[in-house]
Design a protein around this ligand. Structure first.
Ligand SMILES: Cc1ncc(COP(=O)(O)O)c(C=O)c1O
Length: 365
């Protein structure tokens, strides 16, 4: 059997007729930057995320940058986040001249809320929990801490569209929710795209201007801005795919249940989904001894895997100047040697997941 880690070609082939009609329709409008589909997408996301405002952008990275900037993060400020995310969660903080203050994680790879308070200083402006793998962080406690110290929350929900915690949608709890629609995400464009959600009219108005050179209208520029607009074509594709997102999430949740049934837990750890969680399985990560050997073994069996992420951010060469060292975040470092991401996409068949599970069980036998 050959099982690739992701299968974007299969996604395209299953949508070919509809997508080709969308390409044709959008190209015929002559509106390529901004346009009707962009407006519709923002409305659709508000309905889906249960938020008041959405600003479509060109990436999740830009969503994070604008969110932090508009919440007042400036040179010398501190932002609390985790060292085990995709690099963009930290680079946006650095680019604003602020300092990423890392907090270690729980067994489920998300920020440990019990370690946040002692990292708060006079310079702290924002807490940025990252909802890694499509599982939301323990937001109740994080909101309590933010309220106590008068801090803002930016949810890095790049991997978590549709995820819930205590029934609340990702991106609807913090001051701003930031999402990526990169091709590998559950709601994916055919290139780079992203969006932010907020209930603040101020942030909405400013983000809308800043994404478009700071233009309040064609001739008036109130602030120096950026170019971070979502294309009309990407928005049209995202509207189409958003209508299928619930099915995609259900397939991924079903796939998790199949893994849970067939994987022998003796040598394999993965966190169970808790009652107050609704996880969307952007990724499915197991934690094992001999991870690299297992990965090679699976590769020989035709099974594609990935690692999110093999080098924690505080140990990346780019992070040298931040002053962290090996041993600072024990759990993150421990996990980085054991984590392995298995295929969980919506195109997988039950027999393929059983084959992957049995191959892993056999490896440990
Ligand atoms: C946790 C996390 N944050 C931020 C980003 C950045 O999103 P984008 O690639 O759309 O800029 C990603 C994307 O991979 C991500 O996974």
């Amino acid at each position: 059997m050959k099982i690739p880690y992701v299968n974007l070609k299969k996604q395209y082939l299953s949508e070919k007729k509809d997508l080709n009609k969308i390409f044709n329709d959008v190209l015929l409008t002559g509106n390529y930057v901004g346009g009707e589909h962009v407006k519709k997408f923002e409305k659709n996301i508000n309905n889906f995320c249960k938020t008041k405002y959405c600003v479509s952008l060109n990436s999740g990275t830009d969503a994070l940058t604008l969110a932090l900037h508009l919440l007042g993060v400036r040179k010398g400020d501190e932002v609390i986040t985790t060292p085990n995310s995709f690099i963009a969660s930290t680079s946006v903080i650095v680019h604003l001249g602020a300092k990423p203050v890392f907090v270690d994680v729980l067994d489920d790879q998300n920020i440990n809320p019990d370690l946040i308070e002692k990292k708060i200083s006079k310079k702290t402006k924002v807490i940025m929990p990252v909802h890694l793998t499509g599982r939301m962080c323990k937001m109740e406690k994080i909101v309590q801490i933010a309220n106590k110290y008068n801090l803002k929350i930016v949810e890095d929900a790049a991997q978590a569209i549709g995820s819930k915690y205590n029934g609340m949608m990702s991106g609807s709890i913090g001051d701003v929710g930031c999402f990526s629609a990169h091709p590998l995400k559950n709601l994916n464009a055919i290139g780079d795209s992203g969006y932010l959600t907020t209930n603040s009219k101020r942030i909405y108005d400013l983000a809308k201007d800043l994404r478009n050179h700071g233009m309040t209208n064609r001739d008036r520029i109130k602030n120096f801005g950026y170019v971070s607009r979502m294309d009309n074509l990407q928005a049209a594709i995202l509207n189409y795919r958003l209508s299928k997102l619930k099915n995609i999430i259900n397939s991924r949740r079903r796939n998790y249940k199949i893994y849970k049934k067939y994987l022998t837990r003796e040598n394999i750890f993965f966190p169970d989904e808790k009652k107050n969680e609704f996880n969307t399985y952007h990724t499915f990560v197991i934690q094992v001894k001999n991870r690299d050997k297992l990965r090679k073994y699976l590769n020989l069996k035709g099974i594609g895997t990935s690692i999110h992420y093999p080098i924690p951010i505080h140990l990346q060469p780019a992070a040298k100047k931040l002053g962290y060292k090996k041993g600072d975040f024990i759990k993150t470092e421990f996990q980085s040697k054991r984590i392995l991401t298995l295929p969980i996409n919506q195109h997988l068949k039950e027999k393929e997941i059983i084959y992957i599970s049995e191959s892993i069980n056999n490896f440990f036998k």
